[in-house]
Design a protein around this ligand. Structure first.
Ligand SMILES: Cc1ncc(COP(=O)(O)O)c(C=O)c1O
Length: 417
């Protein structure tokens, strides 16, 4: 960690300003895995979030609340846009969006000419799925544990064009990456035109071996679209490392951008093959902006992307991923193996990060979530489908181990009841 890294601004304050120069100098030199277990350090980060006292929020997978510096910046952008109104839209809007796009592309490790800012993962991936020139009998491969909106978009393509969807079902605890790769491979036929895979499955938190799946699919001539809704800004990676063809993510999830921002990456050579859903005849066929003509939208959200990136990069993706993985293992390791506790998340630490899913034998997921909220004041979400039955538990950087102790105690009590 060099000085330049920790003097970058964090909504006006760098981590050195948060902790004091001396304390930060001692933190900055520590490995991410050690820092992940340092409650005093993370209590310092927690102070940047305004948290409700009504319940412990362990449902941060839907979207991430903004930290106070990012929220303040956002409110400032709302005021600024409200003041300059159409003058802003007609003068600075496009330059500002290009600047944010370039920053995101740098973070993703790709060219900005391969990335656009969308409103969310749904828009990003549906743009790809519906942008294909499907012919009757064409096939696509996906998993039952993929996100519903994308599965629905494939179903609509099947209805409209007579294409065929082949759906595999993912084991939570695979023996090896190869088992997963083989599963996807077994669904590919000479008619397969697209394979969709989650970088991180939202209902179980399972991380999939995306690079190996891409290598296998490419060897068989099949392009791969990755659903990165939960991976971008949670996991330390760059999109080109995956060698995928398309990647979509939401920025309001792990990056903490205000609601309504996402990215779509399309590898340069794949751009001409996609047909835009939003009309714009003026953009050349090989220019990714042809997919981005969504009309008037909340530009103040786009403007806050730079502030959220600054906050995120001050903490650092390596530290963030290590802390999130630690938090998940902190609670799962205390209940794994307990009678009546069912963990629907891989035991192998490399196959999951912040998100995990837990069920209690004999209890419906809806009842479990309801009881956690009403009796223990812990907010979670029930998952009851695609072979996964339990409450999804998603801590974030502001989650303390004391809060997770409360979850562990509640689960143990429910498991014994
Ligand atoms: C795996 C996955 N894909 C896609 C989405 C859709 O994200 P958004 O609603 O931001 O479009 C989600 C949302 O939770 C998700 O978990």
């Amino acid at each position: 960690m060099n000085k330049r890294d920790f003097v970058r601004t964090l909504g006006g304050a760098s981590l050195a300003m948060v902790f004091g120069d001396d304390l930060w100098a001692s933190y900055a030199g520590r490995p991410a895995a050690t820092l992940a277990q340092d409650e005093a350090f993370w209590a310092g980060i927690r102070r940047h979030y305004r948290l409700t006292t009504d319940y412990i929020n362990l449902e941060n997978g839907y979207f991430l609340m903004q930290s106070e510096p990012v929220l303040e910046a956002f409110i400032g952008h709302v005021r600024e846009i409200n003041l300059s109104a159409s003058y802003y839209m007609r003068t600075r809007q496009y330059d500002d969006k290009l600047a944010a796009r370039k920053q995101l592309a740098a973070m993703a490790g790709c060219s900005h000419e391969e990335l656009i800012i969308t409103r969310n993962t749904t828009e990003s991936l549906d743009t790809v799925i519906a942008g294909f020139d499907w012919k009757p009998g064409d096939e696509a491969v996906m998993a039952a544990q993929d996100y519903g909106a994308m599965l629905d978009q494939f179903k609509l393509q099947a209805r409209r064009h007579g294409m065929v969807n082949r759906v595999v079902s993912l084991p939570v605890d695979p023996r090896s990456d190869d088992e997963i790769v083989q599963l996807y491979s077994s669904a590919i036929t000479p008619k397969t035109r697209l394979l969709m895979v989650c970088h991180m499955v939202n209902i179980t938190g399972q991380i999939l071996p995306v690079r190996k799946i891409c290598d296998m699919a490419h060897a068989r001539g099949v392009p791969v679209m990755v659903d990165g809704a939960h991976a971008f800004a949670q996991l330390d990676f760059r999109i080109p490392d995956l060698d995928c063809d398309y990647y979509g993510a939401s920025l309001h999830k792990w990056l903490g951008v205000p609601l309504g921002a996402g990215i779509l990456y399309v590898r340069k050579d794949r751009i001409p093959g996609l047909w835009p859903i939003y009309g714009d005849a003026s953009v050349p066929d090989d220019d990714i902006r042809k997919l981005n003509h969504t009309g008037t939208h909340p530009v103040h959200t786009d403007l806050t992307i730079q502030d959220a990136i600054a906050f995120h990069q001050n903490i650092g993706i390596e530290r963030k991923e290590a802390r999130l993985r630690h938090l998940q293992h902190y609670w799962t390791s205390r209940v794994r193996g307990e009678a009546n506790v069912i963990l629907n998340t891989p035991a192998d630490p490399a196959r999951s990060c912040a998100i995990a899913n837990v069920g209690i034998a004999g209890m419906k997921p809806g009842d479990l979530s309801k009881t956690l909220l009403e009796k223990y004041r812990i907010w979670t979400v029930a998952i009851d489908g695609a072979g996964v039955h339990g409450a999804r538990i998603t801590p974030h950087l502001f989650t303390s181990t004391t809060e997770l102790d409360a979850l562990v105690a509640a689960l143990k009590e429910l498991a014994r009841a």
